[in-house]
Design a protein around this ligand. Structure first.
Ligand code: IPM
Ligand code: MG
Length: 369
């Protein structure tokens, strides 16, 4: 059995609470001899700033680069609102994505049957929903230069962010989307704003070229990003895989999250390119943030974190069978009529973060026998 090195970066707010629930599962898998995980813990975000005055230390960056996978909680909180921009909590997350070259961000949105009524949309619109957003993660306006605020001669300030894309950046993320579509319903919607942005024109051109060259068997549809947001709340089940840039992917995945009942439900995988041995750098994190308003109260929903762990088993450790079991354990617990506050529908018994974690672990144990 191979030993996998996992770096745990719990971060801020509810990060440590939800990470503790993921850890229960990893510890159990180790104890049962199902896997051999070597876990290390590091600091990121405000937690790193408080100790090192940066959003992630060089030492933790080195450990992230040498780990087989990084499991990430959440970063940010009002107590760091005034720290220098380059040291703000989110900078730690962005540096990890950039330096690990995690260009493909997979954000699946699945509506569990027990949660169809927790969605803000009608049950019939979301029941059985299973879509996958593939968000480009290391380019676009998040990282484009120049990115600055300058004071003009007349004293007025001007701010600029730069949206830019290289062909190879679009090419590689498009391939990830098409490959994944082949394992699903074989449909890709590519989303951009080519009606107003030249990055969108290039995006669409490259996606079409990759499609024609290597993926003609997959159905490809183009959709403008604003229309995509609208269609996601109008008729979400028309989608299978949506591939889009960094900023639109950020926004569209929050929309998709609410279809599933709560932002607390959405996991994600951020993947780099595969090396010769087929291994990829990877980081797994819930899509939601650090929720400072409920931090430390045992109210956080650990499901997105635990489902992210499931994605790690699938994409980094070739343990798809165990990933399926983790997903089934989550569905099993939800079907028992319990919920954290964010996903509670009428009649559900509200339980704490750790109770939810414990119940999922118990359900996983049952799956295993
Ligand atoms: C996300 C988050 C991040 C992003 C923030 C925390 C920087 O919203 O992962 O969706 O904008 O990418
Ligand atoms: Mg976001």
């Amino acid at each position: 059995m191979s030993t996998w090195k996992i770096l745990l970066l719990a971060g801020d707010g509810i990060g440590p609470e939800i990470m503790a629930e993921a850890r229960k599962i990893l510890d159990w898998m180790n104890a049962e001899g199902i896997a051999s995980f070597e876990m290390e813990e590091g600091l990121v975000g405000g937690a790193a700033y408080d100790v090192h005055k940066v959003a992630i230390s060089e030492d933790d960056m080195r450990r992230a680069l040498s780990a087989d996978a990084v499991l990430f909680g959440a970063v940010g909180g009002p107590q760091w609102d005034d720290v220098p921009y380059d040291a703000r909590p989110e900078a730690g997350l962005l540096r990890l994505r950039k330096d690990l070259e995690l260009f493909a961000n997979l954000r699946p949105a699945i509506c569990y049957p027990a949660l169809a009524d927790a969605s803000s949309l009608k049950r019939e619109l979301v029941e059985g929903l299973d879509i996958l957003i593939v968000r480009e993660l290391t380019g676009g306006v998040y990282f484009g230069q120049p990115k600055e605020i300058v004071t003009l001669q007349n004293g007025e300030k001007r701010a600029v962010d730069s949206q830019l894309y290289f062909e190879h950046e679009v090419d590689r993320v498009a391939r990830v989307a098409f490959d994944l579509a082949r394992t699903r319903r074989n449909l890709v919607h590519s989303s951009d704003k080519k009606n107003v942005m030249v990055t969108g024109v290039l995006w669409d051109e490259v996606v079409r070229r990759v499609h024609a060259q290597d993926y003609a068997d997959v159905e490809l549809q183009h959709i403008l990003a604003d229309n995509c947001a609208m269609q996601l709340v109008r008729q979400p089940k028309q989608f299978d895989v949506i591939v889009t840039d960094n900023l639109f992917g950020d926004i569209l995945s929050d929309v998709a999250a609410m279809l599933t009942g709560s932002l607390g439900m959405l996991p994600s995988a951020s993947l780099g390119a595969a090396d010769e041995s087929g291994r990829r750098r990877a980081m797994y994190e819930p899509v939601h943030g650090s929720a400072p308003d409920i931090a430390g109260q045992g109210k956080a929903n650990p499901i997105a974190m635990i489902a992210s762990l499931g994605m790690m088993l699938r994409y980094s450790f070739d343990m798809g069978d165990w990933a399926d079991r983790v997903d089934a354990a989550i569905a099993d617990v939800l079907a028992q009529g319990v919920a954290t506050a964010d996903i509670a529908t009428e009649g559900a018994r509200i339980i704490s973060t750790s109770e939810m974690g414990d119940m999922i672990l118990e359900a996983l144990k049952k799956q295993a026998t």
